[in-house]
Write a protein that binds this ligand. Structure first.
Ligand SMILES: Nc1ncnc2c1ncn2[C@@H]1O[C@H](COP(=O)(O)OP(=O)(O)OP(=O)(O)O)[C@@H](O)[C@H]1O
Ligand SMILES: [Mg+2]
Length: 180
């Protein structure tokens, strides 16, 4: 049965231990996320706002299990993501993405736009062969209005508009192809 909420976070806590330089003993904790709860319905957008260092990114990373939690639960589409075995979590990964604040730091400067878009498709084995993948990279670029002229460009050669676009595709295209 499809759950009413796509994301449910219950009392999520993420602390980072502070280690002393001597003996590497834990001397305290950075309480980056200290008990947040939220629910997001399908198709709904939620904004998390706060001053720098208040724990927004840590909350996002822990919700995707890119970081292990200290305590609390995260339910994604009815599944408790901290209880998922590795293989199932891997299958879930393409559906849970972070679009980074700063596109310049989220793109590999040594990859062309086409390769940046193709990479996640390749990693997630979306296409059978290279030709099919190249065709779909171009189709994706057309669909979202990214000019073909930037296909072989590298991140530093792009203007900000093209850049933000390509950064977002890298993270969104898998979902697009899987029809999620
Ligand atoms: N890997 C880590 N190890 C130790 N402390 C960390 C780690 N990551 C984040 N922190 C600390 O956790 C707190 C929250 O950081 P976080 O990056 O989540 O804040 P933020 O709200 O995303 O800030 P910004 O608006 O600047 O992006 C900060 O005090 C930060 O120094
Ligand atoms: Mg942040």
């Amino acid at each position: 049965m499809e759950s009413e909420y796509l994301v449910e976070v219950r009392d999520l806590v993420k602390w980072f231990p502070i280690k002393s330089s001597f003996f590497r003993r834990t001397t305290g904790n950075v309480r980056a996320v200290d008990g947040i709860s939220l629910k997001i319905r399908r198709g709904q957008t939620m904004g998390l706002v706060g001053e720098s260092g208040c724990g927004k990114s840590t909350a996002g990373r822990t919700m995707l299990r890119l970081l292990e939690r200290t305590s609390g639960d995260v339910i994604f589409d009815g599944q408790d993501i901290f209880k998922l075995p590795k293989e199932e979590l891997r299958r879930m990964r393409p559906r849970m993405q972070i679009v980074f604040q700063d596109p310049y730091s989220s793109l590999n400067p040594r990859q062309s736009v086409a390769d940046l878009i193709a990479d996640p498709l390749y990693i997630n084995k979306v296409h059978k062969n290279r030709r099919e993948r190249d065709e779909n990279v171009r189709k994706l670029m057309d669909t979202v209005g990214l000019a073909r002229r930037v296909e072989n460009s590298y991140p530093h050669e792009l203007d900000c508009y093209d850049f933000c676009h390509s950064a977002n595709y890298v993270f969104y295209n898998i979902n697009y192809y899987k029809g999620i």
